[in-house]
Design a binder for this molecule. Sequence first.
Ligand SMILES: *Cc1c(COP(=O)(O)O)cnc(C)c1O
Length: 403
Amino acid sequence: MSAGPATTSYLDRYEAAVMNTFGRPKLVLERGEGIRVWDVDGREYVDFLGGIAVNTLGHAHPALVAAVTDQLATLGHVSNFFTTRPQVELAERLLTVMTPPEVDARVFFCNSGAEANEAALKITRRTGRTHIVAMEDAFHGRTFGSLSLTSKAAYREPFEPLPGEVTWVPYGDVDAVAAAVTEATAAVVIEPLQGEAGVNVASAEFLTAVRTVTTERGALLWFDEVQSGMGRTGHWLASHPSGVVPDIVTLAKGLAGGVPIGACLGLGAAAALLQPGQHGTTFGGNPVACAAALAVIDTIETDGLIERAVLAGGRLRAGIAQDDRVVEVRGEGVLVGLTLEGVEAPRVVAAAQDAGWIINATGPDRIRFAPPLIVSDTDIDELVQAWPGILDAAVAMAAESAS
Ligand SMILES: *Cc1c(COP(=O)(O)O)cnc(C)c1O
């Protein structure tokens, strides 16, 4: 489907004014409500990507709008010479829902996932060790520190040399972790559920075994839950069902439902490794962002959105798996990945967009869904109904371009 006139005009202006790090955007979006968004030509889309697992409450949720507007009208920014009620309350709430009550823990606030991982990486350096063990297919962000842990060579190589000595091991391979972690290892970093890789879920056995190895060798265990945290997988943290208590947890994407924020949680001794003057941020812990996150946590609790994520995810996975061209479906809650056979994932994304659905390809044959936690059964059933037609259209598109 060809782009509308306003879309084409804005995209041309975008290309002339915005640095080309993302390629030409797929759409120019103007407004949203619930899980729907509209582009500048008035076309409607159902958003099953949720800003990449960010729009926890969908678009323009009244609770989030009210929290942000009220806080901005009250006190918008103060610097970290000062603190605010929302900042203190958010730190307490995060510790309450995410860390065990018997563990002493602290929060560092920042503005993004990469920054949360930078803070974590600085914590790991305070162990006096520098070696990090990370997972193959891991994604931890694009700053120098977080990039040094990201496994994809194409992301790293243009910017080498990067900090750190990093060993990557296959995701889920206990023996490989045991062989890689030594007395010189500062930390093992794991996404309990890998998002950018196309949704891979670590087993509880794997997380438990890594906890044992890291404890034995005196290394920190760091869970990057930037994408998997905040209820999306049916738990506040994707690692919760394993019962494994890490030393560090990083959060960002869904935390404030679209308002930029990041958080690094230190548990036990790791909570006190950063000392005054060793790290900082101007915007981190900003009261507007913290008020937004509090509204997200409140709404998740009052509306039962964690339970909802489980039911919605189960319905979505079962529905899309019915097509034979879907050969594997992975994920927990509303973070869902699938592998296709005989259909190219990027064409499926294009065909879906033509049909009014926003989804995402994480690889040539992998599709990811990360809809808002408020996604309804009707939304899911409509997508499931449209799904075979979307795959047919993707196949037709490929045939057309080949001829
Ligand atoms: C998105 C993501 C990041 C990076 O977050 P940014 O906010 O883009 O810096 C880090 N880790 C994981 C697991 C992510 O999914």
